[in-house]
Design a protein around this ligand. Structure first.
Ligand SMILES: NC(=O)c1ccc[n+]([C@@H]2O[C@H](COP(=O)([O-])OP(=O)(O)OC[C@H]3O[C@@H](n4cnc5c(N)ncnc54)[C@H](O)[C@@H]3O)[C@@H](O)[C@H]2O)c1
Length: 373
């Protein structure tokens, strides 16, 4: 394992320099003195040239596999459409590159299994970009749950409602590129953090629905209609015996809230309840029996990862915790340890998400086995 330091930083290549890379990963990387953005890749040469000029990056290519095989980088961040994650991640792992990939890791659990096995077998650091695990309120609630502060966790609830336009969602609305809609784009995060907080899910009963044809682009041009869900839901049973209920949609009128939408995730335990809300991620709502839920500030130690130079007073709270993903990825590389959440976590969430579609198709409950390590 190479010794990394600010004078010998982890050399990172960004593959896919669209929305999420610009919004989450670039600011995260710029905050981390242990890492350097060495190369960028995008299939769109116009966007690539624009990013190269804006970000001042010398090395740019449209060939993701060539970047994975490039000796001048140590790690890649994959933020391309979902159908491209598997071949790029497998190539990166086989070339000995540490790899963080966006969620959903693939189009289905079989693809994600290939990615996990390739990264595991190559002994590289692998990480799934499950952003909301890094929200301060989520980190604090996790510590309350694990220390028994809520008693025995009995019930989990997640609501994620966004008020997005009904025009085309681009590649996200086609099954061969995205796999599914709201379920793989939004609800999969909530499946992941539920497993992290409550333990493995044993079985689910799910349903999805498409509300709008999305057959026009934002500028009014006709396009192929959407094939994916605008709404996804599941009820589930955890192995612990606790229950869970999840609901999400991108088409809930009146839930705009400056683009952040409505997010509410809650655990009800035998001693107390705790609530995370995205629009106020530095505050939790806590309640004990016989009292009302009340706001409590997240303690300072949970506002950012240990050692991170990020100033917690800077920027919009619902945005800036997203920069902590890169901190975790680079920390795992520098400290020669597994990253959290890993591709294995991405695989377990994918198994549950796939089972929601299967359950809906079969109108039946579906068991959700845990992936072998
Ligand atoms: N973790 C989160 O909170 C979060 C948020 C947004 C998006 N995402 C995920 O990130 C990924 C990208 O989403 P986005 O919103 O940035 O999409 P986007 O369409 O804005 O960007 C994707 C980019 O990938 C490029 N691309 C396509 N195929 C490529 C290939 N083979 N090689 C190199 N570049 C290629 C496209 O040209 C585009 O610029 C998706 O998997 C999405 O689900 C995650």
């Amino acid at each position: 394992m190479a010794e990394f330091s600010p004078s010998n930083p982890v050399r990172v290549g960004f593959i896919g320099v669209g929305a999420v890379t610009a919004y989450h990963h670039l600011p995260g990387l710029r905050l981390d003195p242990r890492a350097k953005l060495t190369a960028i890749c995008d299939a769109d040469p116009t966007l690539l040239a624009k990013r190269q000029a804006e970000w001042g990056i010398e090395h740019a290519t449209t060939d993701a596999i060539a970047l994975c095989n490039d000796d001048s980088i140590d790690a890649v961040v994959i933020a391309t459409p979902n159908d491209t994650h598997r071949p790029i991640a497998v190539a990166a792992a086989e070339a000995g590159k540490h790899v963080m990939a966006e969620k959903p890791l693939g189009l289905n659990a079989a693809e994600v299994g290939d990615m996990y096995e390739a990264a595991r077998d190559a002994s590289v650091v692998h990480m799934t970009a499950f952003t909301y695990r890094f929200a301060p309120a989520m980190r604090y609630i996790r510590s309350l749950v694990k220390s028994g502060g809520l008693g025995e966790p009995r019930h989990f609830r997640s609501q994620r409602f966004l008020d997005w336009p009904e025009t085309s969602w681009g590649w996200r609305q086609y099954k061969d590129r995205a796999g599914a809609g709201d379920l793989f784009d939004m609800t999969i995060h909530r499946i992941d953090f539920a497993i992290d907080l409550m333990g493995p899910i044993a079985r689910v009963c799910g349903a999805v629905a498409r509300f709008a044809p999305r057959d026009k682009t934002a500028d009014g041009q006709p396009c192929k209609p959407s094939e994916v869900d605008d709404w996804s839901s599941l009820i589930g049973e955890f192995q612990s015996g606790a229950t869970g209920v999840w609901e999400g949609t991108t088409l809930a009128k009146g839930y705009h809230r400056d683009g952040f939408g409505h997010e509410w995730a809650e655990i009800n335990g035998s001693e107390g309840s705790a609530v995370y809300r995205l629009h106020e991620p530095n505050v939790v709502l806590l309640g004990k029996r016989g009292h009302d839920l009340a706001p409590v500030a997240v303690p300072a130690e949970f506002l950012k990862p240990a050692g991170s130079p990020r100033d917690v007073a800077e920027g919009a709270p619902a945005t800036v915790f997203r920069y902590d993903l890169i901190w975790e990825f680079i920390s795992a590389i520098v400290e020669d340890r597994p990253a959290v959440p890993s591709f294995h976590d991405g695989l377990n969430a994918q198994i549950v998400a796939d089972s929601v579609l299967d359950s809906h198709r079969r109108r039946a409950w579906v068991d959700t086995p845990i992936a072998p390590l």
